[in-house]
Design a protein around this ligand. Structure first.
Ligand SMILES: NC(=O)c1ccc[n+]([C@@H]2O[C@H](COP(=O)([O-])OP(=O)(O)OC[C@H]3O[C@@H](n4cnc5c(N)ncnc54)[C@H](OP(=O)(O)O)[C@@H]3O)[C@@H](O)[C@H]2O)c1
Length: 303
């Protein structure tokens, strides 16, 4: 698969703007804007309610030029018959997406205690669907909020089954660098990053709160940053235009990361974010400083 490093996230807190009461027409325009700006990777899910919007935005564009990633909601509503539920879920997604195959079909938000079921009962169905040509690649996404230290993915990557994974990774919680990325590199698994920005890296007030919480728990050294603007050094030494710019560039240039998802409901944010994802890495000394400051953190998501 040849993918753009910027992937449009059609879920998350923005859901293409639908969560802020934007219209379907505006959401479709946002997806089209991303395609016009060179994005070829669209990530949706049955749970997001945006598959039809993706289909309408793709319209008559050649299907093979766009990578469509979607997901089966998990845990299953009917664990007694995974085959029936997963097949029905995929058929419904294909119908909403107006296509006869998806490029990546993930099991969505698998928590560590449910991985065994996902692997032994759901994966075989996905592999069969891949054989049938309805799925090109099988994927699994973590439940980063419940599992910020990646316990599920560590289990999943012991096995050589998954073509693609989705992992939470950002400047505040860099734990995937050691816990996940060496394993995906070994197994040549495609890596999609979510949570590159979220609330704490797009809102100064939330960043101060997260910083104070981490300092209180002894997970960061209080004197290593200015508590009023903990990441203000990025705008100087990091040569970033904003913290959001630094955050997308940080994730995009991490070795082993293939696609960084950006979720927004605002055309001006989408344009800026794609520009950020096209910029060079942050300077080496800034990356070292970030790694040092947050080296003990594997318990926050950036929400
Ligand atoms: N377990 C899973 O499978 C899972 C879980 C979560 C997410 N995902 C996927 O990952 C995608 C990305 O989600 P994410 O939430 O992690 O995305 P994100 O890009 O890290 O964060 C999105 C948040 O940042 C804000 N934002 C974006 N650009 C901004 C800018 N330039 N300036 C200020 N604020 C900005 C957005 O608000 P505005 O609308 O105001 O821009 C939104 O609140 C989702 O859409 C979904 O496809 C998957």
């Amino acid at each position: 698969m040849r993918v753009s490093v910027a992937g449009l996230g059609c879920g998350g807190p923005s859901r293409l703007g639908l969560r802020a009461n934007k219209s379907e027409k505006e959401a479709i325009a946002l997806v089209r804007q991303s395609l016009d700006l060179g994005v070829n990777f669209l990530d949706t899910a049955e749970a997001y309610g945006t598959e039809e919007i993706v289909a309408k935005a793709i319209g008559e564009a050649p299907r093979e030029q766009i990578i469509v990633s979607t997901k089966k909601a998990f845990p299953l509503a009917d664990p007694g018959n995974p085959s029936r539920e997963v097949r029905k879920g995929l058929e419904q997604s294909l119908k909403r997406l107006r296509t006869d195959y998806v490029d990546i079909y993930h099991i969505h938000g698998v928590e560590p205690q449910d991985y065994g079921f996902a692997s032994t009962r759901v994966l075989p169905v996905l592999l069969q669907l891949r054989e049938e040509g309805k799925i090109r690649f099988v994927g699994i996404t973590e439940a980063f909020v419940e599992d910020p230290a990646h316990r599920m993915l560590k289990q999943a990557l012991k096995e050589d089954h998954w073509d693609v994974i989705m992992v939470g990774f950002n400047m505040l919680n860099q734990s995937a660098r050691k816990a996940v990325l060496p394993l995906t590199r070994d197994r040549e698994v495609g890596v999609l990053v979510m949570f590159a920005v979220r609330k704490a890296l797009s809102g100064p007030e939330r960043l101060r709160e997260v910083w104070a919480e981490l300092a209180l728990r002894g997970l960061v050294d209080r004197d290593s940053c200015n508590p009023a603007e903990p990441l203000d050094f990025l705008l100087r030494d990091g040569k970033a235009s904003t913290i959001v710019d630094a955050a997308y560039r940080f994730s995009r240039h991490e070795p082993g990361v293939h696609v960084v998802l950006t979720g927004t409901g605002k055309p001006e944010h989408l344009k800026a974010n794609i520009e950020s994802l096209s910029r060079p890495p942050l300077p080496e000394r800034t990356l070292r400083r970030l790694a040092e400051i947050f080296r003990k953190v594997d318990c926050v998501t950036g929400n």
